[in-house]
Structure formats: structure tokens, C-alpha cells
Design a binder for this molecule. Structure first.
Ligand code: SF4
Ligand code: SF4
Length: 402
């Protein structure tokens, strides 16, 4: 597509990146066919092609409004459009640029700004989030039904088992909300890796991966969290840790992007690239190991939901399913597997109607063939799906230690 970005912008790395992404887009609209918000809302401006066009106009200096911001806010960042696009348009990078710019050009109402700041002050901090969950469980009877459904049953700060020592070592990202909401996931990971002769290291000073801040157009805070993690992991990387593992595919995707996000940072560019190269989803680690000790003779049918960050972001589509089948699990067929469940980080908080509609559609498809449970690979999807069904939703790694 032809562009007319102002010279002043084209002289910056951000302007050059935006221009090259825009020029790669041929405006064919194939991406609209797999965009969940376009499918639900039927509005060109709520599909990827329309969003690309709105960002182009904003970058070219055209006026913007609250409506422009709303169409960008409604994007799930699921990247289904990137998987579909035949021209390899790096949509999410353009969206990051667009979201950052619209925050400056069309500031949000005060109440919205405060809500977003508050979330960023609490969610990425495990102890603060644990305290919030404790208070919420005390106040549970007084909360509206819709909020009560979202509260997890067993929240609280879970401590991890002490990993056994082995010669082979891998770092594990414990994350921010996962240790409070689903402490069993990383406990199971440590157990599985131990059975395979791998010692897990959890660096105490590492915390939130930075994805939440990055997607809420706060790259300054994201960078602070990224560099804190790099500093925490670096001594272990130098000592020979083989990989940095994530069990939340959203966080894993963010780790794989540290290199690109810090490519112009004189102090961290090289280290960030190394961290990204070492980052692995837990499935990428396990599929290279001999899993004989974990095989099942007979297992009840389960449905697997591949998070967008796993299938479209990390491009690991079908890998967990293949691994579980190899281990003896029976997977039920699921219609429209490529579509987002509506969780999308903080999306279900800011866009509850769309998020609920997508969740209910997803649950209908997941439950259609009567599985005994639903397995997934990201904490956000797990909690969001669980809020809409009485059927158990687990991280698949936990199945391996049951
Ligand atoms: S993003 Fe890709 S699929 Fe969508 S309009 Fe542009 S070139 Fe076509
Ligand atoms: S990231 Fe997802 S919701 Fe956003 S435009 Fe692409 S397909 Fe649509």
C-alpha cells in the first residue's frame, strides 16, 4: 500500500518500521476472514485491514477520535490475521505503534486512565495480586454474580516445590498472576522436568514478563520489567542454563520478543536477543526428550484449546496435541480451533461483551464432543474459559503428573 508518512516520522526507527509494515500490506482483506472481531461485529473498521488503514491515516497526520481508539481497543491482539496474511504483514508491531500514538493523540477519559493505571499497579506484582484476591474472596458474597464467576476457587500465593539437583539445568519463568491463580502448573512442570533429569531454576528477582504493560501501550514499564528479568536470569545463562521455559504461552511469546523490543537499546540489545533465543514453551522442551516414563496406557477423552499466543504468536500450532496423542491421550475434535477464546490478557476486563461472546462460542465447540475436561496452555485462557463452565479447565502439563 502507498504511504505518505511525514518526513519527521520517517527519520525515526518507529516511523521506518511502520512504513515498511504498511507497504507490505496489499489491502487484499484475506485477513478479515479469520478475524474474530470482524466475524462478530461485521464492521470493516473492526477487522485487521480496517485497523491497518486507521493506523496509516493516524500516522499520516489525519484526525483521530474516540471511535478510532475504540476500534484499536477492540483488537484482541490474537494474531490470527498474521497467520492468514499471504504477504507476511507484521500486524502486531504496527498495532503497538498505533496504540502508543493514539494514547497521546486522543487521551482516554480520566476514569479509564485510572482504571488502567490501577491494573498495572496490581496485576504484574504477585504479592499485591495475591492480597487483592484474598480481599475479593472475603467480599465474595457481596460481589455481583458476573464478578463472582470470575473469582478462582483456590487462589492464594502457592510456593513451588524445591527442585531436585541435576547436571542439566533450565530456568523457569514463574510469572505474576499464575503463582496466585494456578500454582499447580509450575509445580507440575518442576516434577515432570525432574523425572526427565532436568533441574529447574526459578530466579527470585524475575517477575512479570512485561506483556501486560506492552499491550496496554506502556512500553516504558514493559522495558523496566524486561530488563529486570534479563538481569535476574543472566548469571544463570552464563552458568549454562539450557533454556528459559514458560508454561503460559502469552508470557513465552513476550520472552521471544525481548530481542526485537530492545534491538536499539545499547545496554541490553545483545542480552535480550540471547534471552529470546533461549526461550521455549514447555512443549518445545518436552518434545525433544524421551517421554517413556510419562506415557499413559489409557486416558479419558479431553479437549485441547490452543491459545492464540501459542498457535498464532509462537506458531506452535498442533504441537501440544501431537505430544499428548503420543503420550496416549485421546483428543476430541474441536471446531474453529483457530479462533480466540476472548481472554486476550486484560481484554476480558475492558471488552466484557465481546470476550463473553467469544468464550461461549469457544466453550460450545470445546464441549461438543463431550470431553472429560478441557486442557489449555495459558493462564489467561484457562481462567476465562473456567468462568463459563463447570467442566474442569487445566494446563495440560498438570495431566502428566496425575
Ligand atoms: S494484512 Fe495481509 S491479508 Fe490483510 S489486507 Fe494486508 S496483505 Fe491482505
Ligand atoms: S489480532 Fe486478532 S482481533 Fe486483532 S485484527 Fe488481527 S485477527 Fe483481528
Amino acid at each position: 500500500m502507498q504511504t505518505k508518512l511525514p518526513e519527521s516520522l520517517l527519520r525515526t526507527p518507529v516511523g521506518q518500521k511502520a512504513d515498511s509494515i504498511l507497504r507490505a500490506c496489499v489491502h487484499c482483506g484475506f485477513c478479515n476472514a479469520t478475524c474474530p472481531t470482524y466475524q462478530l461485529l461485521g464492521d470493516e473498521l473492526d477487522g485487521p485491514r480496517g485497523r491497518i488503514y486507521q493506523i496509516k491515516q493516524m500516522l499520516e497526520g489525519e484526525p483521530v477520535s474516540d471511535k478510532t481508539r475504540l476500534h484499536l481497543d477492540r483488537c484482541l491482539t490474537c494474531r490470527n490475521c498474521e497467520t492468514t496474511c499471504p504477504s507476511g504483514v507484521r500486524y502486531h508491531e504496527l498495532l503497538d505503534i498505533g496504540r502508543e500514538m493514539i494514547e497521546q493523540r486522543q487521551p482516554r477519559p480520566l476514569a479509564e486512565t485510572l482504571q488502567r493505571r490501577l491494573l498495572l499497579m496490581v496485576l504484574p506484582h504477585t504479592r499485591r495480586f495475591a492480597l487483592l484476591m484474598q480481599l475479593a474472596s472475603i467480599a465474595k458474597p457481596l460481589l455481583p454474580k458476573s464478578l463472582r464467576a470470575k473469582l478462582p476457587q483456590n487462589s492464594g500465593l502457592h510456593s513451588l516445590p524445591k527442585p531436585a539437583q541435576h547436571q542439566r539445568k533450565m530456568l523457569l519463568l514463574d510469572g505474576c498472576v499464575q503463582p496466585v491463580l494456578q500454582g499447580g502448573t509450575n509445580a507440575a512442570t518442576i516434577d515432570v522436568l525432574d523425572q526427565l533429569g532436568i533441574e529447574t531454576i526459578v530466579a527470585k528477582e524475575a517477575g512479570c514478563c512485561g506483556a501486560m504493560a506492552q499491550h496496554m501501550a506502556n512500553p516504558g514499564l514493559a522495558k523496566q520489567q524486561i530488563t529486570q528479568n534479563i538481569d535476574a536470569w543472566w548469571p544463570h545463562v552464563e552458568a549454562g542454563a539450557e533454556a528459559i521455559i514458560s508454561t503460559a504461552s502469552g508470557c513465552g511469546l513476550m520472552l521471544k520478543e525481548y530481542g526485537a523490543l530492545l534491538e536499539h537499546d545499547p545496554d541490553y540489545a545483545d542480552k535480550a536477543a540471547t534471552i529470546s533465543n533461549l526461550s521455549r514453551d514447555i512443549v518445545e522442551v518436552l518434545e525433544k526428550e524421551d517421554l517413556t516414563p510419562l506415557a499413559r496406557k489409557q486416558a479419558a477423552p479431553i479437549a485441547f484449546h490452543p491459545p492464540c499466543t501459542l498457535q498464532h504468536g509462537q506458531q506452535l500450532n498442533g504441537r501440544v496435541e501431537a505430544l499428548l496423542s503420543k503420550l496416549g491421550y485421546q483428543l476430541t475434535p474441536v471446531h474453529d480451533k483457530h479462533l480466540c477464546c476472548g481472554s486476550a490478557g486484560t481484554y476480558s476486563i475492558f471488552q466484557p461483551e465481546i470476550a463473553t461472546q467469544l468464550r461461549d462460542n469457544k466453550l460450545d465447540n470445546l464441549l461438543a464432543n463431550e470431553p472429560t475436561l478441557i486442557a489449555t496452555a495459558n493462564i489467561g485462557c484457562q481462567q476465562h474459559l473456567q468462568s463459563g463452565t463447570g467442566k474442569e479447565v487445566v494446563h495440560w502439563i498438570e495431566l502428566l503428573v496425575r
